[in-house]
Design a protein around this ligand. Structure first.
Ligand SMILES: [Zn+2]
Length: 133
């Protein structure tokens, strides 16, 4: 019997890896790298606890409970990703410019978004006005 068969036999009936485990492992890695730069003693303890939790989940025989955890994680992840996606697509829809109308001659003027308060000079009648972008 080779090591792979042994591993399979050992892992039989156990939960194994899922997206939640991989995410936690990634968090561990980030914290580990972070712990090289900042001297927080609790950080390595946190990494150890997280790793312990990941292995506990992988070797767990309570598959439905682990499955439910993963579903919860995926749901949360979907919400977070959806939040950022919704934000970026909304910005795309409106474009990165805003349209203002000159208060005097109603000339349409395109102004880049997100510049804060700007003074706009109408290209047609030279009227100056301030708008928030
Ligand atoms: Zn004008």
């Amino acid at each position: 019997m080779n090591w792979r068969d042994r591993l399979n036999r050992f892992m039989y009936g156990r939960y194994g890896q899922d997206q939640f485990s991989r995410f936690l492992l990634a968090v561990c890695l980030v914290l580990l790298v972070l712990s090289f730069f900042v001297r927080i003693p609790e950080l390595s303890l946190l990494v150890l606890l997280l790793l312990g939790y990941v292995y506990f989940r992988m070797l767990s025989r309570n598959v439905p409970a682990r499955y439910a955890e993963n579903q919860k994680f995926l749901e949360l992840k979907g919400k977070v990703l959806g939040f950022f996606k919704g934000k970026s697509s909304r910005a795309e829809k409106q474009g990165d410019h805003m349209i203002f109308r000159c208060p005097k001659c109603s000339q349409k003027i395109r102004i880049p978004r997100g510049k804060g308060m700007v003074e706009i000079t109408c290209p047609k009648c030279r009227t100056r006005f301030r708008k928030r972008t």
